[in-house]
Design a protein. Structure first.
Length: 483
């Protein structure tokens, strides 16, 4: 008994010492205030000019084009690009792959791997309802440009093109080849980006770095965060669509047997909702992200995230309860999105199904996730049919020269910000470039506040004109100083 007591006292003492070490560490890692000006400022004239171009781009309703669809609206958008960026269209080599565009700006050393900046021309649809400014009006008001695509992601395309155009105006010649690429069907996971990647591969083109949307500059990146966070995605999750089918003999609804198809599907859904079937893990991008943001957090959060070695069980328990995004960082996710049964209210379905969207994480492949679900579904006499599957992307090394260079650029252009590798819970075209580059980075250097992020794919999508101007100057700095 006495030994047990000693053991308990010893355990408490060890915990107290470790806690003290964690507190000292949290005090020590606090970020120091930076008193430095941006190395790439912009003027009010620049800001207004970029806003006008973006507005013209938004006015063209380029809703995603599937293979073989009419490209009229995309051709109109490309005419806006040609008119707004004449030097690009005069001096760069332009390849048109069914509306998906690739521009090549030859550098001094074309033997070296090039750099590629990308974005998509297409947008998700928008009905007029609920918008304060019409979705395809391109209105500029209160220092913002409003409309579908303002942030996702015509602002990115505009900023990349404007940066190259200005550098051409200044007579700048890049060290290595610089590419611009834009697809017409990112939002529907179409094959546009694949066509460009195929072209690059067929022409033996390797890329030192690829930069796409996916991460951005955000406010309130997490609880306790005071600084703006420049989050650069080093990996993104996969996506699968799976149909779960329950069958029966059907029959009249007046004499129902037990365990009809929807009852089984409901039990299955409740089982999945109750206990996450996927592995929960602090994978490398999440750990690295916590390490990078911790110095900028207020004390209690800095204490927790800055000492993952001590608080991991606590954080692992709390994260899934904080928000959907926090949960998505730690494991694959599943959500049921569609369902169907019989054709009439008084007919028991002989076949009913639900469709789920799964986002495999980097530590569990699509195949593994599907197998886990298949086994659970079987217990409820439910069949599993895979409609689409793709695993998570490769992980870009945050210690690579290219990623470090990006961090250096952020430190010069946005010195007050916290720069961090980020794990994208959504999907982008960027993953498709993994076969031609080891450094696929998801980062739009444009600031987006909480309201703007919430308006993505929703009503009142908008972007701040000063944030777009800062983004143009960032891309310029990035290209100009890339060795
Ligand atoms: Zn997008």
């Amino acid at each position: 008994m006495r030994y047990l007591l000693y053991l308990l006292i010893a355990a408490v003492c060890v915990c107290a010492v470790l806690f003290l070490v964690a507190v000292i560490n949290a005090i020590r890692i606090k970020a120091k205030p930076v008193d430095k000006k941006s190395a790439a400022p912009f003027t009010k004239e620049d800001e207004d000019k970029y806003a006008r171009i973006l507005s013209e781009m938004i006015k063209v309703p380029t809703v995603s084009a599937a293979e073989g669809d009419d490209l009229t609206e995309f051709r109109k958008l490309q005419a806006v690009l040609k008119e707004s960026f004449p030097l690009i269209h005069e001096k760069l080599e332009r390849t048109d792959l069914d509306g998906n565009l690739l521009y090549r700006w030859k550098g001094k050393n074309s033997d070296a791997d090039g750099i590629l900046l990308m974005g998509h021309q297409d947008v998700v649809p928008a009905s007029e309802k609920g918008w304060d400014h019409p979705p395809f009006g391109g209105e500029i008001a209160d220092g913002r440009v409003y409309g579908r695509g303002a942030m996702d992601c015509k602002c990115t395309v505009m900023a990349e093109f404007a940066a190259v155009e200005e550098l051409l105006e200044e007579g700048f010649e890049p060290e290595r080849d610089v590419y611009l690429s834009t697809s017409v069907n990112e939002e529907i996971s179409g094959g546009g980006a694949e066509k460009i990647v195929e072209y690059l591969k067929n022409n033996g083109i390797r890329l030192a770095a690829v930069m796409d949307e996916g991460g951005a500059i955000v406010e309130n990146a997490m609880p306790g965060m005071k600084a703006l966070t420049a989050a650069a995605g080093v990996a993104e999750k996969g996506t699968c669509n799976i149909k779960f089918i329950a069958r029966s003999k059907g029959g009249h609804s007046s004499t129902p047997p037990s365990n009809t198809p929807f009852a089984r599907l409901a039990k299955f859904i409740c089982r999945i909702e109750k206990k996450n079937p996927f592995e929960k893990k602090f994978n490398e991008p999440v750990k690295v992200m916590f390490r990078h943001v911790a110095p900028y957090l207020s004390f209690p959060f800095r204490l927790l995230l800055g000492n993952l070695w001590f608080f991991k069980p606590l954080i692992g328990y709390a994260m899934p309860k904080i928000s959907g995004e926090a949960r998505a960082f730690l494991s694959a996710t599943i959500v049921f999105t569609m369902s169907s049964g019989s054709k009439a209210p008084n007919v028991i379905p002989d076949e009913a199904y639900v469709i789920a969207n799964i986002r495999p994480s980097i530590n569990q492949s699509a195949g593994e996730c599907i197998e886990i679900l298949r086994q659970i579904a079987k217990k409820y006499d439910i069949e599993t049919e895979v409609m689409f599957e793709s695993s998570a992307s490769d992980v870009t090394d945050y210690k690579s020269e290219e990623f470090r260079y990006l961090g250096d650029c952020v430190a010069e252009v946005f010195p007050e910000m916290c720069f961090t590798p980020y794990y994208c819970t959504g999907g982008t075209d960027c993953r498709k470039y993994n076969t031609v580059s080891e450094n696929c980075i998801r980062f739009t250097p444009i600031r987006m506040d909480d309201q703007q992020l919430a308006a993505m794919h929703a009503v009142n999508e908008n972007i701040s004109t000063d944030a777009v101007a800062a983004g143009v100057k960032f891309y310029k700095y990035y290209i100009r100083n890339h060795k």
